[in-house]
Design a protein around this ligand. Structure first.
Ligand SMILES: NC(=O)c1ccc[n+]([C@@H]2O[C@H](COP(=O)([O-])OP(=O)(O)OC[C@H]3O[C@@H](n4cnc5c(N)ncnc54)[C@H](OP(=O)(O)O)[C@@H]3O)[C@@H](O)[C@H]2O)c1
Length: 221
C-alpha cells in the first residue's frame, strides 16, 4: 500500500484524486485547511466504503501549519510515497481599469508557489524513505510562456498578473527540484488538468495517476 498526501483534498480535483487513489488501494492523507470541510469529505468517502484515508490539517500558505502537519505525519513514523501538490487558488481577477492590488498578487503566490515549496521541503524527508518517491505539482496551461506568445492559442487573452505567473514559477521550481534529484530514483513532475469540465476530471486524474506510476518524465505546460 502506497502512502499519498494530497493538498486541497476536500473538494474539486483534489477530492476526486483522493477518491480514485483510495479505490486503487492507496492510503491517502487528505490535506485540508478547513477541518470541518475535510471531515465532510472524508465522511463522504467512507460512505462509499473507502476507509483507507485520514485527514491532515494543512494550510499550505502558513508556515506553522505546514510544520505542524509534517510533525504529525512524523509522529506516525511514516514514509511518504506520493506527494500531490494540488492546493491552489485563482485569486481575485484583476480589473485592468483599476490600480494593481499587490496584496492580491502576493496571496496567489503565497499559496500556489511559496506554499507548494514549503510543503515539498517539509515532506521531502518522508519521501526519501520511499523506494519510489513521486512528487506531482498541479500546474496550469496558463503557466506556459510559450503558449502566451501565440496569438492563435485559445487562451491567448487569458493573461493575469497573478495566477499564470504563480504557476510559471511553480514550473520553474519543479524543474530545479527535478534537477537536484536527477541522480536519485525520484519522480518529480508537473501535471496540468487544462480547463476541465467536472465529468472529465475523473478520467483526467486516472490518466495522470497512470502516468505518474509509469513514467519518470517531467511535463510542464
Ligand atoms: N479546475 C481546473 O480547470 C484547473 C485548471 C488548471 C489548473 N488547475 C489547478 O488544479 C488545482 C485544483 O483546482 P480545483 O479546480 O480543484 O480548485 P478548487 O475546487 O478551488 O479546490 C482548491 C483546493 O485547494 C485548497 N486550498 C486553497 N488554498 C489553500 C491553502 N492555503 N492551504 C490548503 N488548501 C488550500 C482549497 O481549500 P478550501 O476549500 O479550504 O478553499 C481546495 O480544497 C489547483 O492547483 C488549480 O490551480 C485547475
Amino acid at each position: 500500500m502506497r502512502n499519498v498526501l494530497i493538498t486541497g483534498a476536500n473538494k474539486g480535483l483534489g477530492y476526486e484524486l483522493a477518491r480514485h487513489l483510495m479505490r486503487e488501494g492507496n492510503y491517502v492523507y487528505l490535506g485540508c485547511r478547513n477541518i470541518e470541510q475535510g471531515k465532510k469529505a472524508l465522511s463522504d468517502l467512507q460512505k462509499e466504503g473507502l476507509h483507507n484515508g485520514e485527514l491532515l490539517e494543512i494550510d499550505i500558505s502558513n508556515q506553522e501549519s505546514v510544520r505542524s502537519a509534517a510533525e504529525l505525519f512524523d509522529n506516525n513514523g511514516n514514509k511518504l510515497d506520493i506527494l500531490i501538490n494540488n492546493a491552489g487558488i485563482l485569486g481575485k481577477r484583476q480589473n485592468q481599469d483599476e490600480p494593481l492590488n499587490i496584496d492580491d498578487v502576493r496571496e496567489v503566490f503565497e499559496t500556489n508557489f511559496f506554499g507548494t515549496v514549503m510543503i515539498t521541503e517539509a515532506f521531502l524527508p518522508y519521501l526519501r524513505e520511499s523506494s519510489l518517491p513521486v512528487t506531482a505539482n498541479v500546474t496550469s496551461d496558463l503557466a506556459s510562456l510559450t503558449s502566451h506568445k501565440d496569438p492563435d492559442w485559445i487562451l491567448y487573452k487569458a493573461k493575469s498578473i497573478s495566477y499564470g505567473p504563480s504557476k510559471t514559477a511553480l514550473n520553474a521550481y519543479t524543474v530545479a527540484l527535478a534537477y537536484e534529484y536527477k541522480d536519485l530514483n525520484f519522480k518529480i513532475n508537473c501535471v496540468t488538468p487544462g480547463g476541465r469540465l467536472q465529468n472529465l476530471m475523473v478520467q483526467w486524474w486516472q490518466d495522470t495517476c497512470r502516468k505518474l506510476s509509469d513514467t519518470g518524465s517531467l511535463r510542464y505546460a
